[in-house]
Design a protein around this ligand. Structure first.
Ligand SMILES: NC(=O)c1ccc[n+]([C@@H]2O[C@H](COP(=O)([O-])OP(=O)(O)OC[C@H]3O[C@@H](n4cnc5c(N)ncnc54)[C@H](OP(=O)(O)O)[C@@H]3O)[C@@H](O)[C@H]2O)c1
Length: 329
């Protein structure tokens, strides 16, 4: 069996989310993104997160260019991608979830080709089709491990029950779900299950897609920006949520920190097996986010933030109704 111990001491707790470099968060610029990727590597980032659906393959191709440049240093990286959400080429907003063995096999081959690597370090099932038994899905992933196409597998936005079943078939190396000050969904079941089974938890959108980092409204209000379609960014909810962030900003200023530092550090303080993957195309942000792993927050600060962003204080759901059904499956 190939080595599956992907979470070695050389993988820092802060990884780089690459999604926004190719789609969803406003204009993209490959040259700018390549600069951010190179800077990230120099700063010490080793965990890079993408998916086949980001930019419909463009994000994996971008990462492939970066990996190519690294040459032999590629082996220092933990290259993670995700498959399982199909997009209609004629209507890219139409998503179809497919965790069937046949689709995962074909999608993995396509990702390998776009990334230009012989093996993917961590392949996630991006979303799960409830009708496909998880045992079948994991069986297909295990075949990919045996064939040397992937080193390890992970699951994104699954329920604790699914996680247990999957882990019983073959050990899960990571669960990736949304987790941040304003999204606490993993706390009651997923984090305790990960703790019990010894599974790493990767927190995506740890900066609330930029909202918790006080990203100015004009940067996310473009019609093409995904955030326009998320309830928390809608007019009726923005004001209430901005009040929470403003209070956090006062607290961070009193500590001499940026709000983004505080938001990332808060997540890292919750459990020692949590990784964060903030997304950024901006070299300055990439650098400052990496420093969040070194911050030590006082317990009173951690608790104050926990209370400030208690779920009933946050306005709006994290996804629109039709997408909420695709998480916790
Ligand atoms: N598994 C899943 O279903 C799933 C879903 C969504 C995302 N993800 C993964 O998680 C990664 C991260 O999530 P995300 O990108 O959605 O959200 P995020 O990390 O919460 O926020 C990204 C936004 O924050 C801004 N930002 C980052 N650092 C900042 C700083 N220090 N100061 C001010 N603004 C800052 C970025 O803008 P700048 O570019 O200007 O820095 C960007 O607009 C993605 O890239 C993707 O790889 C996975």
């Amino acid at each position: 069996m190939l080595d599956q111990a992907i979470w070695t001491a050389s993988i820092p707790r802060v990884g780089l989310g690459c999604m926004g470099m190719s789609e969803f968060y406003g204009p993209v610029d490959d040259q700018e993104s390549l600069r951010a990727l190179r800077a990230a590597y120099e700063i010490g980032y080793r965990h890079f997160d993408t998916a086949d659906m980001y930019g419909r393959g463009a994000n994996e191709r971008l990462l492939g260019r970066f990996v190519q440049e690294l040459g032999g240093r590629r082996d220092e990286l933990l290259l993670a991608t995700k498959v399982g959400i199909r997009r209609d080429p004629d209507a890219p907003r139409q998503l179809q979830i497919d965790s069937s063995p046949a689709y995962l096999r074909a999608a993995c081959d396509a990702s390998l080709q776009r990334l230009g690597v012989e093996r993917i370090d961590l392949l996630y099932v991006h979303r799960r089709t409830p009708e496909v038994p998880i045992e079948d899905t994991v069986g297909a992933l295990l075949d990919l491990i045996k064939q040397g196409k992937i080193r390890a597998y992970g699951l994104s936005e699954v329920s604790a029950t699914t996680l247990r079943h999957a882990h019983g078939v073959h050990p899960v190396s990571a669960v990736q779900s949304e987790y941040s000050l304003w999204t606490r969904d993993p706390e009651p079941e997923i984090l305790p299950t990960c703790a019990e089974l010894g599974i790493r938890f990767v927190a995506y959108s740890p900066l609330g897609r930029g909202f918790l980092a006080q990203k100015p409204e004009q940067t996310w209000s473009g019609e093409q920006d995904l955030r326009q379609h998320l309830p928390r960014f809608r007019k009726e909810n923005v004001e209430g949520n901005q009040r929470l962030v403003a209070e956090m900003a006062q607290l961070s200023a009193s500590l001499g920190l940026h709000v983004a530092d505080l938001a990332l550090s808060w997540v890292l303080h919750q459990r020692d097996f949590i990784q964060v993957i903030p997304g950024s195309q901006n070299v300055k942000h990439v650098a400052s986010n990496f420093g969040a792993a070194r911050l030590r927050l006082d317990e009173t600060v951690v608790e104050r933030l926990r209370h400030l962003f208690r779920p009933e204080a946050v306005s709006g759901e994290r996804y629109p109704e039709h997408l909420l059904g695709t998480v916790n499956v």
